[in-house]
Design a protein around this ligand. Structure first.
Ligand SMILES: [Mg+2]
Length: 373
């Protein structure tokens, strides 16, 4: 399906759900420390969700998905209720990159986001503090996103930089240089001491992957990815065993499993959830009871951020998935094209609702948005 077809479908789905007056209770209050008692208010969800189906997907898969989406309602179908709950709150937006802002592709170096998505994120960041959190290196992430009005957290949040002052509008070409040269940037790198070992491991991993067709090592600075999307199924076990054997000599590191990727990470108590909390804190939102973090992500590493939002008791954890998945997220979007629609809608919503208010009121004192084009 083309992106425009998906977008049209997303819009259709939304129209159909709203025209049927689908009752989806906003999930903004979550009971602390008791994930099973989250008040999802699902009894109000009507059976019209079962009309949702996906072309080219077996009916059995549709049934499983439809049942799952009852528990993780579409953020598009629930949009009006969500924004009603967000009124008067200060929303802070967190976005994963791969599979959320960009499609998952065979070549990780070509996971480009579309111009439309870039424009949507830029628009969102005009109205809400916005951060992109990814397992990629921060530099690579910035190279993909190319926006000056968002915060970047690379290496699963182990590499965060927050520019303290407004940055000039940019087209992305000189963005990295402009940001890195600022002496007063807030730079947070809790895994810095692991850098020499990471480079040693990188060399060893490159040696073993050279012998396995399709395997590729990506240096994310504070963590390493071994991509196996192009590896033959029969070679995967060998690859995993070899990666594990390398790590046997590095007890301070551990392996995590993402989408067609093995990730080698330093064993420190730091993940995307901690990064979310750190960013809220550094941006001056940590103790505000009216702060509402919205996080959109598609992978296991995003679950740490979903958990943090749940424990805060206020916020919108949204998973990107077109198949049923065990998740701590409360809402769902099917794919990046739905993410695009959702981002455009929250920007439009805020634009409309803020027309009579100053942006300073929206962002709170000391957090005015930087200049953007
Ligand atoms: Mg992802």
């Amino acid at each position: 399906m083309t992106n425009s077809a998906k977008l049209n479908r997303a819009m259709r789905l939304h129209r159909s759900s709203t025209s049927n007056k689908q009752k989806v209770q906003p999930i903004t209050k979550v009971v602390k420390n008791d994930e099973n008692s989250v008040n999802l208010s699902l009894a109000s969800i009507t059976s019209n969700l079962h009309d949702i189906s996906t072309p080219n997907r077996p009916i059995s898969s549709d049934l499983a998905y439809n049942s799952w989406v009852v528990e993780h309602p579409s953020a598009l179908g629930s949009f009006d209720q969500m924004m009603k709950a967000a009124k008067g709150k200060r929303m802070v937006v967190f976005l994963d990159y791969d599979g959320t802002l960009s499609p998952i592709v065979d070549d990780p170096d070509r996971a480009f986001m579309s111009d439309e998505m870039r424009a949507a994120v830029r628009e969102v960041a005009k109205y809400f503090p916005t951060a992109v959190i990814s397992g990629r290196s921060r530099d690579k992430l910035k190279g993909f996103v190319q926006l000056s009005n968002v915060y970047y957290a690379g290496s699963h949040g182990m590499d965060i930089m927050i520019p303290p002052r407004p940055l000039k509008p940019c087209d992305g070409k000189n963005h990295t240089t402009a940001m890195d040269k600022k002496a007063s940037d807030v730079l947070f790198q809790p895994a810095k001491r692991f850098l020499p070992a990471i480079q040693e491991i990188r060399t060893l991993l490159e040696e073993i992957t050279r012998k396995i067709e399709g395997a590729r090592v990506e240096d994310n600075r504070f963590c390493l990815s071994v991509h196996f999307r192009k590896v033959q199924d029969e070679d995967y076990d060998i690859l995993e065993a070899k990666v594990k054997s390398v790590l046997e000599n590095y007890p301070e590191f551990h392996l995590t499993f993402g989408k067609k990727v093995l990730e080698v990470r330093p064993s420190i108590e730091w993940n995307k959830g901690h990064a979310l909390e750190y960013l809220l804190d550094t941006l001056g939102f940590s103790n505000s009871s009216d702060v509402l973090p919205l996080y959109i992500g598609d992978d296991r590493t995003d679950e740490d951020a979903f958990k943090v939002i749940r424990s805060r008791g206020l916020g919108f954890p949204i998973i990107v998935s077109s198949t049923p998945k065990d998740t701590k997220a409360c809402y769902s979007l099917q794919d990046p094209s739905e993410v695009l629609t959702f981002l455009l809608r929250i920007a439009r919503w805020r634009k409309a609702s803020s027309s009579s208010r100053s942006l300073a009121q929206i962002w709170g004192p000391g957090n005015s948005p930087r200049s953007v084009n």
